[in-house]
Design a protein. Structure first.
Lengths: 310, 380
């Protein structure tokens, strides 16, 4: 469905996307994970034809984005990160407007608008203006606008930013249902749990490059053990971190903040006792310790030394 | 607000500057005093100053004394005061030179000159009758004497004067004869001026809407749809055009029914100019969008632009009072073309005279639209 080959993009001589290659099969749910500034939105914009790319090629359903932009755009539905709706128009009118932009006309566009309102669970809010909606409701209509023309590929750029958990869950469930009926979905986020829930295959991006890709199982197997120990302590110093990294069971120690530390542990060893002893010896007061199983966050931490939320 | 403001301004300016444009009659306040009871003097006051022809032009007040007349002038209760001296009528009858004195209030020289001209015209007419009567009676008397026939000179003279008095006082001292096209009243002028000015605001609104769409990402969403940039820009252009035309139609209807403004005998001409002007404004909207960085800048630049164009284009002060150089400069503003055309239509214009303004306005719209489109495509 989507084929990206060696995609590159620079702004003012600064490379923001440095040679990405990806394949997404038809009907697949593909996650693009990475922290803010990783290049996810830039990549998405190039896929949608909003940004020209400097090198490489993007093909959607066999059509080149560069050569046949209109045909490609007809196949793609984009859910932008910001709410791209007209606040003084009603939900129904917004959907009808965006449907018309994709060539829907007459009775069909109105019927489809009501269908979409049902999909996003806002059929009783059809005549209400967008400006009266909560953040979660706006995001649902934002998704709905992308569904009006029944796209083959749905691209969602961080669609759950800043909304309440209930709306977030509703959105995730909706996307899951859409994917189940055959829609190809590309989902970008810096929330690992969303990507894990929705996507079969995931690519992790950082600094404009894909640093890892594959199924969740494949990615997590790259972590040898991969348990993460999160520590809240005082004071967290470079010297303390360096000492922790000398311990046999600790693969990597990363300072998150003045009082937070993340330790990537080797499952073969259990260095918890040694970690506590080191802290006591260094005069570090441990306030909290939390153990997490191997996940994408820990893989990202291992690969980049940072968390996804950085 | 978009309708109420221009309506209110039209009403205020049209009323305040009534008479400036010359399209409506100017009523002057004239005071008169005389102690002269001669019938010629009475005839002047009754049959000329109080005639039906001058009723609309003159509000006449009769003073009890010359002092009262002068006090009225001081208090600006009258614009001009006419003092007819004693024996004025007798002097006219005798064919002698007789002059009435006219006093003018501050800045009312035109009214005083008008009153003086009325008095002088009447005096000349009366003198002509007197001289003609004397000559005719002398000739008739000489003839009667030659034929040795009786001749009543006094009765003949009286009859002569009687016959000519009607002619003298029925003379049209003031004739209202339109010359050339119909004059446009102040209300008409300012209705057209306000229409031209407020339609200009659509350029600012159009420019702002681009930035709002960009800020709210609806522009990106539109560009992600299978639409060319040209289609999106054309949509913006046509939207502005449609809105401007609707605005004009509503304003024209409202001024017609609430303020009694006559937009001319040919509605089609008015709408043609409105369309052409709206076209130019839509093009300007694209320019505003391309030259400004964000909504705030478009707001400030647009407001400034509208005010400058409005002043240059005659929406504040009539174009007729501009010096020649400013009149030439005003031609770069589309609103001056629109305003001039609207007032020409109100005065009775033919289609030939509208060809150039329509062409210029459409041309401005095309040029501005093209320039704006080029700028926006480069930007976005």
């Amino acid at each position: 469905m989507l084929s990206i080959h060696d995609l590159k993009k620079s702004y003012h001589r600064k490379q923001v996307v440095g040679g990405i290659s990806l394949e997404v099969g038809r009907g697949e749910a593909f996650g693009l994970l990475g922290p803010n500034g990783a290049g996810k939105s830039t990549t998405i914009s190039m896929i949608c034809g909003l940004l020209p790319y400097d090198e490489g090629d993007i093909q959607i359903a066999g059509l080149s984005v560069k050569d046949k932009p209109k045909a490609v755009k007809q196949k793609v539905g984009i859910v932008p990160q910001d709410i791209a709706l007209y606040p003084t128009m009603s939900a129904l009118d917004n959907l009808i407007f965006w449907g018309r932009m994709y060539g829907l006309k007459g009775r069909k566009v109105k019927e489809r608008a009501f269908e979409v309102l049902q999909i996003v669970g806002l059929e009783d809010k059809a005549k209400d203006k967008i400006e009266t909606f909560s953040g979660g409701m706006k995001r649902r209509i934002n998704i709905g606008a992308a569904l009006m023309h029944e796209p083959e590929l749905l691209i969602m750029d961080e669609p759950t930013v800043g909304i309440d958990p209930q709306s977030r869950n509703h959105i995730l469930e909706t996307v899951k249902k859409l994917n189940k009926v055959g829609m190809t979905v590309i989902y970008t986020s810096h929330y690992m749990e969303e990507v894990e829930f929705l996507c079969e295959r995931i690519a992790i991006m950082d600094h404009g490059k894909v640093i890892a890709s594959g199924s969740k199982t494949e990615l997590c197997s790259r972590l040898s053990g991969g348990t993460v120990l999160r520590m809240t302590a005082e004071p967290v110093t470079e010297a303390f971190v360096a000492e922790l990294e000398t311990l046999a069971g600790v693969e990597q120690a990363t300072i998150q903040s003045e009082t937070e530390l993340s330790l990537l542990l080797n499952e073969a060893e259990s260095p918890l006792a040694e970690v506590i002893q080191t802290a006591v010896r260094s005069g570090v007061n441990i306030m909290e310790l939390q153990r997490e199983e191997a996940n994408l966050e820990s893989l990202f931490l291992k690969l980049t030394g940072r968390t996804l939320r950085d | 607000m978009m309708l109420i403001m221009p309506l209110v301004l039209t009403a205020i300016l049209g009323s305040a500057l009534k008479g400036v444009m010359g399209g409506e009659p100017v009523k002057m306040n004239l005071g008169v005093y005389t102690a002269d009871t001669h019938e010629l003097t009475a005839g002047f006051i009754q049959n000329v100053l109080k005639s039906s022809e001058l009723k609309e032009a003159i509000e006449l007040k009769t003073a009890a004394s010359e002092n009262e007349l002068k006090n009225w002038l001081k208090d600006e209760k009258i614009g001009a005061g006419l003092f007819i001296p004693d024996e004025w009528g007798k002097q006219l009858q005798d064919g002698e030179s007789a002059e009435a004195t006219v006093y003018a209030a501050n800045g009312k020289d035109i009214e005083a000159a008008f009153a003086k001209q009325l008095a002088d015209a009447y005096a000349k007419s009366a003198q002509t009758i007197a001289i003609s009567t004397k000559l005719a009676v002398s000739n008739l008397a000489a003839e009667a004497m030659a034929q040795q026939q009786p001749f009543d000179a006094e009765a003949t003279a009286r009859q002569f004067v009687q016959d000519m008095k009607g002619t003298a006082t029925e003379a049209d001292f003031v004739k209202d004869v339109p010359v050339g096209k119909k004059s446009v009243s102040s209300m008409q002028y300012y209705a057209a001026a306000m229409a031209a000015m407020f339609l200009l605001f659509n350029a600012m609104v159009a420019g702002k809407s681009f930035h709002i769409e960009k800020a709210t990402e609806t522009l990106s969403r539109m560009m992600a749809a299978p639409l060319s940039a040209r289609t999106v820009l054309a949509g913006k252009f046509l939207g502005t055009l449609f809105f401007a035309i609707c605005q004009f139609a509503i304003f024209m209807t409202a001024t017609h029914y609430f303020l009694g403004v006559n937009w001319g005998d040919n509605l089609l001409q008015t709408l043609a100019i409105a369309f052409a002007f709206s076209f130019a404004v839509s093009g300007l909207g694209m320019v505003v969008a391309s030259l400004t960085r964000d909504e705030k800048m478009a707001d400030v630049a647009g407001n400034m632009g509208v005010q400058v164009f409005a002043i240059l284009g005659g929406s504040m002060l009539p174009l007729t009072v501009f010096p020649a150089i400013l009149k030439k400069i005003s031609l770069v503003t589309p609103n001056s073309w629109a305003l001039t055309s609207f007032t020409n239509i109100m005065g009775g214009a033919d289609w030939n005279s509208l060809f150039i303004p329509i062409t210029v306005l459409i041309g401005m719209g095309i040029l501005a639209g093209a320039a704006g489109t080029w700028g926006l495509r480069a930007k976005y």
